[in-house]
Structures are given as structure tokens and as C-alpha cells.
Design a protein around this ligand. Structure first.
Ligand code: MF3
Ligand code: CO
Ligand code: CO
Length: 274
């Protein structure tokens, strides 16, 4: 994600160009985050063997429209869909289409909506048919890695503390963290400073402050961390064809921790264990 400091910005921001939001801004983020999460709840039953990823995306587009919201991804840098759907060894930015899901496929569905000018960005994992044991382990570790990252969020900690929490946990399970994509600041924009790395060293990077809004969205591979982008210029896959998983929340830093904007209203964030 590109990162630049907006020189014309009027409100408060850090020297790294990270916007510090007001308490009153949290409400808008909760509205947007809740819609994105509710849409991911509502399409869960559409993930089954024989289904196409294009049909799931069409339903997501309809749900965004029915809610009177706007898709942040349709028209973003030429992207044409309301979601990214990344199956098996696709790391992220999978393009929905005619491909049908097979028994044992795992997929990440990533939705970003705009509600009253605020962005809600979240993704989670789904399974078609029976979940293979090694995929189950990957999904569990990736989910728990995101949660470890969120637990590291509080004023005075650094972005490096978040990356360290995620990387050390993932590598303790002999899996790898993708380096080529990161989380990002968001709010009244889709992608803003900082780049939120999912690896790093304790105490490095910018210091967290109350009022920062950003995503944490670790991508974890069963094999090596390297990725490559396919000829469509979007689809990122693992170079070694190993299985990859991702979970994403949008969060805000509070006085003593974090608020998650994209909590699942139905408690369906985690695909298998609640
Ligand atoms: N939602 C993705 C993210 O987490 C970005 C998708 S951009 C798209 O940042 F154009 F590929 F949809
Ligand atoms: Co994101
Ligand atoms: Co996303």
C-alpha cells in the first residue's frame, strides 16, 4: 500500500502522517465496520462445494447496495468487484469469477464498505465441504495471530510490538508470515499511513496513540512467505503453492487498548470453532 503524508490535512496527525481521530469519530467506524462484518456473516451459507466465487461476490454487492452503503473496492485502482475472494494458495486480492469451489477448499473473503464516509474493512476464512486437518491448523493459527496482534495494541506500545506478537506466534507454529502485504491506516480514507507490518521487532516503529484507526490483516502460509502476483495484476499467490490464510479486523486505539470495529454480529468470525 502506498504511504504518504497529507500536507494539507487540517486535523491532528503524527509526524509519520498517522491521523489521530476524535472520540466522536469512533461511532462512524463502528457503523461501517458492523456492516462489513454483517455482510460476511450473511454470505456464510453461500460457501459450498460447486458454488462460484462470482456468485458470492454478486450477493455481497447486493447486500452493500441494500444497506445504502458503497463498496470501497469497486472502481478502486480499476478493481471491479465488491470483494476479494482468495482460495487455497491465493494469498490475497483473488478476483471473484466462474471458478467453482471444491470439497476442502479454504477461502478468504475480504469486504470493504463506506458508510457515511467511514471505511469498514474486514476479512475472514470460510471452508467449502470438509476442512482438511492441515488447513484447520493454518486457519486457527492465523486467527489467533490476528488476536495476539490486537492484544498488543495500547497507547505507548509500538507498531513493531504488533508485528512481533504476530510473527513470533506464527513462527512458533512453524508457519510463515507474508511480508509483501500489510495492514494500513483507514478512517475517512481506505488506505492511509502507517503500513502495519505483520512482522517486526519489539519497540520499533511508530508509537501507538489513542485515536489511531488501522487494520491488522496477517496473511500466514504453511510453506515459505514469498508471493508472486499473477498476470491479472491482482491475484497474489504463494510462490511455493503452499496454502495461505488471512483474517482482518479494523480497529481503533483507546485509552487502554483497542476497540474492534468489525466484530461479527453473529459470532461467526471464526469459521469452525465459534
Ligand atoms: N480490502 C483489501 C485490504 O484489506 C484491499 C482490497 S483492494 C482491491 O486492504 F481493490 F483489491 F479490492
Ligand atoms: Co485492509
Ligand atoms: Co480488506
Amino acid at each position: 500500500m502506498e504511504s504518504h503524508v497529507d500536507k494539507d490535512f487540517k486535523g491532528r496527525q503524527t509526524k509519520d502522517g498517522i491521523r489521530i481521530h476524535e472520540r466522536s469519530d469512533f461511532a462512524g467506524m463502528h457503523e461501517a465496520g458492523a456492516l462489513a462484518a454483517r455482510i460476511l456473516d450473511d454470505i456464510a451459507d453461500l460457501v459450498f462445494v460447486g458454488q462460484t466465487t462470482g456468485a458470492i461476490d454478486k450477493k455481497i454487492e447486493e447486500l452493500v447496495e441494500e444497506a445504502g452503503a458503497t463498496s470501497a473496492t469497486i472502481g478502486y485502482k480499476g478493481y471491479k468487484h465488491a470483494s476479494c475472494i482468495s482460495v487455497n494458495h491465493v494469498v490475497c486480492h483473488g478476483i471473484p469469477g466462474d471458478k467453482t469451489l471444491k470439497d476442502g477448499d479454504i477461502l478468504n473473503i475480504d469486504v470493504t464498505v463506506i458508510v457515511d464516509g467511514w471505511f469498514g474493512d474486514t476479512s475472514r476464512m470460510y471452508v467449502a465441504g470438509r476442512l482438511p486437518r492441515k488447513a484447520e491448523r493454518l486457519i486457527q493459527v492465523t486467527h489467533d495471530a490476528l488476536m495476539r496482534g490486537i492484544e498488543a495494541v495500547k497507547p505507548g506500545n509500538t507498531f513493531g510490538d504488533i508485528g512481533f506478537a504476530i510473527q513470533s506466534f506464527v513462527e512458533s507454529h512453524r508457519m510463515s508470515v507474508v511480508r509483501d502485504f500489510c495492514g494500513h491506516g483507514l478512517g475517512q480514507v481506505f488506505h492511509a499511513p502507517p503500513n502495519v507490518l505483520h512482522y517486526g521487532r519489539r519497540g520499533t516503529g511508530a508509537t501507538l496513540e489513542e485515536g489511531m484507526f488501522f487494520t491488522i490483516e496477517p496473511m500466514v502460509n504453511l510453506g515459505r512467505p514469498e508471493t508472486k502476483t499473477l498476470a491479472d495484476d491482482w491475484t497474489a499467490v504463494t510462490r511455493d503453492k503452499s496454502l495461505s490464510a488471512q483474517f482482518e479486523h479494523s480497529i481503533g486505539v483507546t485509552a487502554d487498548g483497542a476497540e474492534i470495529f468489525t466484530l461479527s454480529p453473529g459470532g461467526k468470525f471464526h469459521p469452525t470453532f465459534g
